[in-house]
Write a protein that binds this ligand. Structure first.
Ligand SMILES: [Zn+2]
Ligand SMILES: [Zn+2]
Length: 241
């Protein structure tokens, strides 16, 4: 039988995200105990975080603080053989959309000071050959501003229970864009959010680059046991491609 590796693609930590309520190392332990092979830490990297963290100390200091949650998770993951992957959830100055960014590493973050202080489209135009840019929960709470040609794909299913994510509209968007990569994630901030979504890969994923490779290959399935109807829609959509 082919092996399966389950990864949550969208995780916040209490160490880095002010809205994150759960310790990074505890989160790793919980996911490992519930059958996951790994997760991607996607803490918020937005203007407010940067302003608060910079405080006259500069970009490297911002990244030191930004990596707190990732490092705590990675340290724990390395001791138990669980894959902890670096991502980021960015927000740009021109609107309130959130973008999940993969295929990054610490050096990339350090080498792009204040990278998020740009428009979403400008970010895509500048970096789309370097990183993977996925629109997080594109229609959350009635969002009307989706730059459809400035992302590689979307978070089709987001299981955060404290928002109305309008997944049906995300499915329509994905139908209009057969070129989009699609993923599912929990957007984990609190206890009830844990282990609710992810991707099922046929290969192990050890870092952000390998994560992007799997997504670009299309060789994975989506996981969201609370939403079988959307998984169904996803399968129909992929069969039609
Ligand atoms: Zn948050
Ligand atoms: Zn998030």
């Amino acid at each position: 039988m082919e092996k399966h590796y389950l990864y949550d693609t969208h995780i916040h930590t209490a160490q880095t995200s002010p809205c994150g309520k759960l310790d990074a190392a505890d989160t790793v332990d919980y996911y490992a105990a519930h059958g996951y092979a790994g997760l991607v830490i996607t803490d918020h990297l937005h203007a407010e975080f940067i302003r608060k963290s910079d405080n006259g100390k500069g970009w490297n200091h911002v990244i030191d603080l930004y990596l707190d949650g990732y490092r705590a998770a990675k340290k724990r993951g390395d001791t138990i053989g669980f894959d902890v992957i670096l991502g980021a959830e960015m927000r740009f100055e021109d609107n309130n959309n959130d973008y999940l960014v993969y295929d990054i590493n610490e050096a990339w973050l350090r080498n792009h000071p204040y990278v998020i202080c740009r428009e979403a489209r400008e970010f895509y135009e500048k970096f789309h050959n370097e990183v993977l840019i996925m629109h997080a929960h594109p229609y959350r709470d009635g969002n009307l501003t989706v730059f459809e040609d400035a992302v590689h794909g979307i978070e089709l299913i987001n299981t955060n229970p404290r928002h109305e994510n309008h997944t049906d509209r995300a499915v329509d968007l994905a139908k209009r864009h057969p070129e989009y990569y699609l993923q599912a994630g929990s957007d984990m901030h609190q206890i009830p959010d844990r282990c609710q979504a992810g991707i099922i890969s046929h290969r192990r994923i050890r870092d952000s680059h390998e994560y992007a490779e799997v997504i670009r290959s299309g060789n994975y399935d989506l996981y969201a046991p609370q939403f079988p109807q959307y998984i169904n829609e996803y399968h129909q959509l992929m069969n039609g491609r």
